[in-house]
Design a protein around this ligand. Structure first.
Ligand SMILES: Nc1ncnc2c1ncn2[C@@H]1O[C@H](COP(=O)(O)OP(=O)(O)O)[C@@H](O)[C@H]1O
Ligand SMILES: [Mg+2]
Length: 299
């Protein structure tokens, strides 16, 4: 087995608020991403997806557990070379991308900044042409090059953030609900762009999304998070065909079906049981694992 591109081992993170209040967000999450693999992360709002994304990018330090990118501990790089490697090879598209764009820079500067920092030569001749190329890839005109973030709509800012992340030629892309703020017509366009570039460039991706149809279309495997715990992980087709965990079943039952007859008979399920810190992992097939509560039968 090749070395994992990303290895997340038993990560626990609790948000600590003033007044001694603490909010547990991740409770022992373990996950590996192979080079060139797209893993979808799904689960209800507040289950810990963004916390996990930020921990992978080194923006939050887990209280327990370890995250390694290509064998480098993302919270404790050993030297400048490792630091540079982390900075250059990982890119993130934030859930609220508009806030991640520096208002003092133009769109052109924003897209090219990671390239300049990494001292990467533009592939399109000049930095300006490079920025225009990536704008075109996300469906924006070159007229936007000189605009500032505050002159962009939410959807336009989101696309600039996507262009910036892709222009940097990442080896690992962490995309936190990258298309949620876009019109439906643009969502498919961006997902197809991500899929094409991933095939051409072979980067690995954590794709966090609400839209299960997009996850199904894009991801090789899907990880389901519930109340800060990973409860199931499987190859995409298998997860959709034969989910095992009760929460996964409920999540999938909420998905509209394309066949009108089946859609009419669809019965949404609900799952509200708390997930404990215990449980036992069961293996349903070589790459399909799910977490059963103690005493629950796992055939
Ligand atoms: N900055 C923060 N301060 C305090 N609590 C937070 C913060 N960010 C997230 N949380 C809490 O941590 C939990 C997980 O949040 P988050 O990772 O944003 O979930 P998701 O992205 O799946 O919606 C939630 O209970 C949320 O309220
Ligand atoms: Mg989130």
């Amino acid at each position: 087995m090749s070395e994992a591109l990303l290895s997340i081992r038993d990560v626990h993170y609790t948000h600590r608020l003033s007044g001694g209040v603490s909010v547990p967000a991740l409770r022992g999450v373990s996950l590996e991403l192979q080079p060139g693999e797209i893993v979808g992360i799904v689960g209800e709002s507040g289950c810990g997806k963004s916390t996990l994304a930020r921990a992978v990018m080194g923006l939050l330090a887990p209280q327990k557990g370890e995250i390694c990118y290509n064998g480098i501990n993302v919270h404790h790089p050993q030297n400048m070379a490792e630091k540079r490697c982390l900075q250059q090879q990982r890119q993130m598209i934030f859930q609220n991308a508009a806030l991640s764009l520096d208002p003092h820079f133009s769109v052109e500067e924003i897209i090219c900044e990671p390239l300049r920092l990494a001292q990467l030569a533009p592939q399109q001749g000049s930095y300006r042409e490079e920025a225009a190329y990536w704008l075109q890839q996300v469906g924006l005109d070159a007229l936007f090059l000189s605009r500032r973030p505050q002159q962009l709509s939410g959807g336009q800012a989101q696309r600039v953030a996507i262009a910036r992340a892709l222009a940097a030629r990442p080896r690992l892309l962490v995309a936190d609900e990258p298309i949620a703020a876009l019109d439906v017509s643009l969502q498919a366009q961006i997902v197809n762009l991500l899929r094409r570039l991933q095939r051409e460039q072979g980067f690995g991706m954590l794709f966090i999304a609400h839209d299960l149809a997009m996850v199904r279309h894009l991801c090789h495997r899907v990880a389901v998070i519930y109340q800060g715990r990973l409860v199931e992980i499987a190859p995409t087709a298998e997860l959709f065909r034969a989910p095992r965990h009760g929460y996964t079943k409920a999540l999938l039952s909420a998905m509209p079906l394309p066949d009108p007859r089946q859609e009419k008979q669809r019965q949404p399920q609900y799952y509200e049981q708390p997930v404990s810190d215990g449980g036992v992992w069961h293996q349903a097939s070589p790459q399909h694992y799910w977490l059963a509560e103690d005493g629950e039968v796992g055939e």
